[in-house]
Ligand binder design. Structure first.
Ligand code: PMP
Length: 428
């Protein structure tokens, strides 16, 4: 494949955009080489500026669960655009999408729309802190909740339970209120509650982690978190930016039958336009401005084009009784296919999957937290990534990302992918 035009465009972009990209993971830093520039996409395929076609397993990092340029979304946005693109006034459509979301997701009465997953998670912890009148939060190493200061925290050194900033610009003062635990380790969480009595407002978690590759919660882990929160009067926040409207109509809460106190959304809920949201039962949501004292706002929040896209997406998912089964079946087929060819070619690997989130770790040991995720062989991943790209299969350019399966994939596409993986894995 030729990448001439992508290379030229990247060189031009680098002059005026830091690193040539508006979000770092797009820069191919983890795998080397020059990012490919997208020109268009339809269904399961994305086309680059050089005219190459790829089967897309990134899908805009999750939103395109029903495929690119999904017709009901495209039509809804075009129609809405004709009526004006933003008003800064309430619109009927905001209530319609809120109603629909509340009907699809368990355990929520009200929802507030924002413009990104970052905003949703940032606002959720402010609400949790305001509601509980406590300052500290627990997050899990390797979980990503957007780039707001409270989340850009890594494990502190030695015996310290405090986190430390993992980006310059995040203050020590902020870091001291974020406590780090290991994913799937309930003892860690319990000991943080022990050593920070009556200080912890909330636990925030990706109920299926997708930002260290795909890592499922161990059996009982989410239930245990629920119990620990109840005992300690802390809130349980599910960051369902990836899992919401993907693992089931009602997301991870429905799939695992565990109730969260606050749920964060992004990605699928906007159908590919910039939308995030957070939701909870009345008692908590009524604490939010203008009803309650916790402030939160947005000039473009509830933007009509974004709401039109999101509504069309949620409606399609709600109306199609089989969509989550189809996604499960397609991903299970891919899972088995990859497993067979990697085994046949004597590659060390672990595949983790929940529903339509799947990732291949190049390590034969179980991957259940950030430390075990880091054991994966990154050199093998780089070769795997570039090999697949050449074959016309586009997976995330980082070993720490999940693949997002779209319903637009056909079984022929999946077979093509498995054959490509067979070919590439012979050269690893
Ligand atoms: N939470 C999770 C679980 C995410 O995966 C992401 C983004 N990948 C975010 C929050 C942040 O969302 P956004 O990039 O829309 O700000």
């Amino acid at each position: 494949m030729l990448y001439q035009r992508s290379s030229q465009l990247f060189a031009e972009a680098e002059k005026v955009i830091p690193g040539g990209v508006n979000s770092p993971v797009r820069a191919f830093k983890g795998v080397g080489g020059t990012p490919i520039f997208a020109k268009s996409a339809k269904g399961a395929y994305v086309y680059d500026e050089d005219g190459n076609r790829y089967i897309d397993y990134i899908n805009s990092w999750g939103p395109m669960i029903l495929g690119h340029a999904f017709q009901p979304v495209v039509d809804a946005v075009i129609e809405k655009t004709k009526l004006g693109t933003s008003f800064g006034m309430p619109t009927e459509l905001e209530t319609k999408i809120a109603d629909l979301a509340v009907s699809m997701v368990p355990n929520i009465d009200k929802i507030r729309f924002v413009s990104s997953g970052t905003e949703a998670c940032m606002s959720a912890i402010r609400l949790a802190r305001g509601f509980t009148k406590k300052d500290k939060i627990i997050k899990f190493a390797g979980c990503y909740h957007g780039h707001s200061d409270s989340f850009l925290i890594q494990a502190g050194s030695g015996a310290s339970t405090f986190g430390t900033p993992n980006s310059p610009g995040v203050t020590q003062g902020t870091a001291k209120d974020t406590l780090l635990a290991n994913y799937n380790n309930i003892e860690n969480v319990k000991s943080l509650f022990e050593s920070n009595k009556n200080e912890i407002a909330a636990i925030i978690i990706e109920p299926v982690a997708g930002n260290m590759g795909c890592i499922p919660p161990k059996e009982g882990f989410l239930e245990d978190l629920r119990q620990v929160c109840d005992i300690n009067n802390a809130l349980l926040i599910f960051d369902e930016v990836m899992t919401g409207f993907r693992l089931a109509k009602g997301g991870a809460q429905e799939l695992f039958s565990v109730e969260a106190d606050i749920v964060c959304f992004g990605k699928v809920i906007g159908g590919g336009l910039p939308v995030g949201a957070f939701a909870a039962r009345n008692e908590i949501m009524n604490y939010l401005s203008p009803l309650g004292p916790v402030y939160q706002a947005g000039t473009l929040s509830g933007n009509p084009l974004a709401m039109a896209a999101g509504f069309a997406m949620l409606q399609s998912l709600n109306d199609d009784k089989n969509v989550f089964n189809r996604l499960e079946n397609k991903t299970a087929y891919l899972h088995k296919g990859i497993q067979d060819v990697l085994s046949k070619n004597s590659i060390d690997f672990t595949i983790n999957r929940v529903g339509s989130m799947i990732s291949v770790h190049f390590d034969k040991n179980p991957v259940y937290d950030f430390n075990t995720a880091k054991n994966g062989d990154n050199d093998t991943f780089k070769k795997f990534f570039h090999g697949l790209l050449k074959e016309g299969v586009y997976i995330a350019p980082s070993a720490y990302e999940t693949w997002f399966i779209t319903d637009a994939l056909t079984y022929e596409d999946l077979d093509f992918t498995i054959q490509a993986i067979d070919k590439v894995s012979k050269q690893l």
